[in-house]
Design a binder for this molecule. Sequence first.
Ligand SMILES: [Fe+2]
Ligand SMILES: [Fe+2]
Length: 317
Amino acid sequence: MDTAVQLPASSLYAKCIDASKRVRWEIDRDVIRGRKFDFSKKFLPDALARIQNFAFATPAEKRFISQVQGRTYANMFGMVERSIGAKLLDVTRLHALGDQVVFESLVRFTDEELKHQELFRRLEAMMAAEMPAGYGFVPSPNEVATVVLSKATWAVLGLICNIELFTLDHYRQSIDKDPEASDLWKDVFLFHMKEEAQHAILDELEWQRENARLDSSQRDAGVNDLIALVAAVDGILQVQSAADAEYFLKTCGRALKPAEEQQLRTGLLRAYRWQYIVSGTKNERFMSILSGMLTQEQMQRVVKGLTPIIQDAEAVQ
Ligand SMILES: [Fe+2]
Ligand SMILES: [Fe+2]
């Protein structure tokens, strides 16, 4: 679908419906297929887990870190999809008595996100049954969605567009390329990516539509909301990386030295900042859409908000 973004908007919505029908999958029949996770393999690939930041860890501990991060990765997607589904329902409602092709494409989008949430709940149950007790996913999907839905539609659609674009990058650049990752793990994100490819196109269309509706002061307020949303995401990452560090410390089977514990905590926060914030800023499509909407001053404000997070995530320990 990548090349389709040059087509007129109306046919793009129709193409997304066609692609959505073509790639449609079921959780048990196509993705899980009666399989279990192979805990002798990694989950999140090294590039996304930023495994080079965990020099203290043995090979087995690195594999466990990849599995803990992978469990959180699945839960993070399940959580953000609650916000995405709720926001898409609002946006879809605006088209209910308008172009029925647009309406159908967005209904399918929301339906797919409901299925993805179910998939990630299933994965969490499968991982909980096989991993040591004590893991906790801290953020509440509904509390997060309440914060997200309180922000300007322009900002929320921008954030959603960014998430769905980096989902594609993560699969194509890292998950598909790691020969040591669990087969079921890779399949989950292959099938997920197949539907996200259409979502990313629809996000862009709806974001551009909303952008065209705004005057400059409304857009400026949207920029502030987008910066606030990134800060809220970072707050979630700080809480969850601390919880995952505690889980590792309790279950890794040895007492870490203070310097090793510090490396674990820093490494997890840097990895999560990389996954959910910084990798999205590397997406050229997203940055070109955003810079096309904003003034230089607004763009500088966004970059200023992101810079400390990018510098931390890219620092080497
Ligand atoms: Fe999804
Ligand atoms: Fe999606």
